[in-house]
Design a protein around this ligand. Sequence first.
Ligand code: CA
Ligand code: CA
Ligand code: CA
Ligand code: CA
Ligand code: ZN
Length: 493
Amino acid sequence: MSKNSKKTTTALILGLLLVFTYTTVYAQPTPPEEGQPKHWIVKGFRNGQNYFKINYLQEVTPLRKGELDFKHYHTYDEVNYFLKKWADEYPELLDVYVGGKSYEGRKIMQATLTNKRTGKDTDKPAMFVDANRHSGEVTSAVSAFWLLHHMLSNYGKDMEITELIDNNAFYFRIQNCPDGSDLYLYTSQYLRSTVRPYDNDQDGLIDEDPMEDLDGDGFVRQMRIRVPEGEGQYVIDERDPKGRLMKRAEKGKGIYNLMSEGIDNDGDGRINEDGIGGLDLHRNYPENWRPMPEREKTGRGWTQYGAGDYPLSEPETRTLVVFLLEHPNISIMNTMDTTVPMHLRPPSTSKSEERMYPEDLKYYEEFDKKGMEITGYPWAGDVYYDYMTRGRPGRKGSPLFGHSPDFGYFYYGAIWYGDELWNGGRVGDYNGDGEEDDLDKLEYNDKELSKSRFQEWTKTHHPEYGEVEVGGWNPKFWRQNPPPVLLEEWAVK
Ligand SMILES: [Ca+2]
Ligand SMILES: [Ca+2]
Ligand SMILES: [Ca+2]
Ligand SMILES: [Ca+2]
Ligand SMILES: [Zn+2]
């Protein structure tokens, strides 16, 4: 072996080692099996693409086919399969029925849990659990699903649960926006809520610029583009020796631009600015509802992004509210979201002391405390002030209009909480350097999650820019929801 070929061999081995060290840490989408669809089609008229490649992701795949586990995210079909199965197994405890039809015409399944032998559900005090009307906040569905299963499977075993089911009724909507949550779980798209077409950027074209997964890893992450010095906004943050972290450059020093992974489909200079949908079902409730900015006629009134055409314009919220009004036996509501984590409650448009009866506030404050004791969440309180400030100095309260907790308190008269699950990957000062930042998250990801949540910058071809690098955090199963290994822990909380 000559000196040169030795060198080549050594380089090759080193190269291979590197490849083995740095690949296969993030799961890639698996191709469809025979008979499985390749594309997901979204209903409704839109100017942009209305079909997307289906990614069969590890995060959405059960550990064993046909068996229940809470270590992955359940699709609409999977949830409904188990609901039906449980209704057959526990006919004296569980009814499963259609609670409404979604925008795309899917059946929104609802379940009623009570011991029928001790009386009808409508004759008992009741609680309603409503989850996942924010399409990407899929942890909430897993949490509601877990709770229903936990209560069902412990009936007759756990005294407390048995008594609860004997004397009360519990209603569940596990996925209150199945169009959106399935689109989120099956494709690389993400969206706020309903898939009803909406012109986000008010340019006259509807949903004309959805996201593109350029490198085909199943997720829309970030794109970094090398530019001559001074023309960019970013440089590599040297604190991570692997060069994964980016930071804002000093003036005139930037050599990278950062943008969302995708293409400017309509040539307006912005990437992915008008994707599928845009309304927000959680701004569509009737109490203190305000129109969207383009609909407010005076130019002086409050407006609310995502509010919809009018209160309860969407079938997902309308059918829920009608059900509640028809069931005044319901006195407790929990609508679930991600991420903070926090126990949220009314009011959303003013400080608690300004609009709530002092007697009621006392109860709520007691529940806030109890909630934090049980879950260990750092925050609980009203949406307007406690949520918006979260103890951060200098922050002010800010209103959310058409928000369900306010409908719940001021209009419906129920104790209404919205639990925000998962911490959004905020792992605190993990490396102990006195600061809480992305470096902590990276080290946590490397050590605890076998590097699976951050994709290293990978060269990819972009139709407009040529060679770009794609990488960054997993937007769905790290930023917005926990990775599968942490899912059950958060679902239980
Ligand atoms: Ca548009
Ligand atoms: Ca849109
Ligand atoms: Ca990608
Ligand atoms: Ca565009
Ligand atoms: Zn939400």
